[in-house]
Write a protein that binds this ligand. Sequence first.
Ligand SMILES: [Ca+2]
Length: 651
Amino acid sequence: MVRCLWLGILLRGADAYTARKPSIAGKSVYFLVTDRFARSGANKENYTYCDLATSADPLQPGGGAWCNGTLQGVIDQLDYIQGMAFDCVWITPVVKALDYTGYFGEDFFDVDPHIGSKETLKELSRQLHARDMCLIIDIVANHVRQMTVQPDYSPGAIKTYIGPKGINPFDKDEYFHTYGKAAGTSFEAYVMAGVAQASQSQGSDAVLTERVHEGITESWRVEGRHSKCSKDCGPENMNLTECNCFPGNFAPDCPGANEELQVQGWFGQLADLNQDHPFVRQKLLDYVKYLVEEYDADAFRLDTAIYMKKDFLKDLQEAAGVDILGETTVNNISYHASFQKAGLSGLLNFPAFYQVHGSFCQYHLGGDLGNYHLQGAFTPALPDLRKLASVMQFQNPEVRSMERPAARWPLFSSLLERAVYPNLDLLGNFADNHDEFARIGTLEWPNEEFIAFGGYYCDADSYRIKNALALMMFARGIPIVYYGTEQGLDGHQANVLEKDAMRKQGVEDKGQAFVRESLWQTRYNTSTWQYQYIKMLNEKRKELGLAKGEIWVFINNNQNWTGQSPFLYCPAPSEHEAWYDVFSEERAYLRKGCFMADNAEPKVLVRRVRMPAVYAVERISEQVWILSPGAEARAVPTRIRHRTAGSSLGS
Ligand SMILES: [Ca+2]
């Protein structure tokens, strides 16, 4: 039996900063990669698919892998975005940069000419505000562009040193971290010899791996699942939700973890800024102020947030005066929350994200041991919503589990004492993004010519995708939908098995570019089921936004082949009151403490008397039900089917 009840309440910490603009708490966000979203001008009618231009070398003609999407293209498609009823648009960094992503900045106070001009950015901001929408700009304060260039990313490619010259305003060696540099060694020599890497700051997995191999968790095994997690790690442990070392996990679980290296190490050749240098610190604070004052930015998404010191993040938040959503790629929940406590007003909800794939789909990105460095190792573990429920229970102090009614928290301590996060309404919830492995719509057999191993994410399964989207949209916080979801784009990065096959066949591994594919080839079709479904979710969410009454959200991970059958959820709202499904507007069938849904689509129940329509989302008071299929389906036995090596197996 798998049942989890989530209850959301509003908890607000003291204002973390002096707000200059309204908070984006609870707004819904459409996230796009500017270079891949929409072309304009002479290129506007060019609908040719693009995911990686020929040369990654920024010094070569055509280098930087640009596909020619622009800010003007975004302006031209605002009807398309607003047509799905989003509140905000998050765009990738606008700085002059070495490549299409904008994450390799060269001039912080300019707009890259590939995507437009300062005037175009101002116009985008104006037009969004005219629509009562908001602009979220992606920023990078951790690093600048690389200090070397190379013709391609093959192992033997020859690097050429270019140094910091020409970077505005960080054009001197002294502005960068040089962890481990020997006295007397020049900056150039340090760079060319291979700099200390931030990726080496994580501790060794050996201890956890040993523990996992020694014993499989009783509680998860009892359910007949195959998840291998020791009792000291896995979703049952707030600070080790995966049996794998991530930033924030220190000794004894992850011996060798090095927080100083985490802050000072570089990402490859991307030069790591020293925010303790007075000039660097001041210019970065000036930079965020500039973006708010010059472009009227409403909020920021802050790249690589965990690789900077918290006292700097606090200063950056104060200087910005608008919400910052930090990219906090960790699975340790209290460590994750510590970045909000320390100063950033908002965080991208990575601890929950890491559980989405394994919860909804027949796919665990990190393999059996939650090792995300494997970039998507297939595991036969069945999808299990308890993983996600467990993480969200830790995050939301008022969550109660029907499996464990007393919850895991010490009783009687006050809610505020138990609150891990100062503000849950500024957690950005998402099911996929531009960095991680696979889009939610990824097909089961994406690359038949490469590999015969199956099982990708949600298999383009509409029931699972709808349920995952509904959860993102109705969970406490800021729902973020990645561009292309509405068109069923299905890019995914090559996993370890595919990489091997591709290497043998001489096929180019495009890495993250696989999940940053162009959108224009879809012609911005507004009649796809995904577009219409996202539109409906956003509209219903807004309509319910200020409702004071209870909202029950029922989520499951059924597949299409069982999704059309009636589905029973227990418990449910009282049958002595009139509850309606907000999507169908039909009265819910409630009997004996259970809700009989007519199919496995997500259901959102509200009590009528009909709620008044509202137009601003400040909070969502939700009760979310998660039920794993097969667990409680008394009326209609349902089973999860999973696939291994191309065959369908009942389980
Ligand atoms: Ca750093």
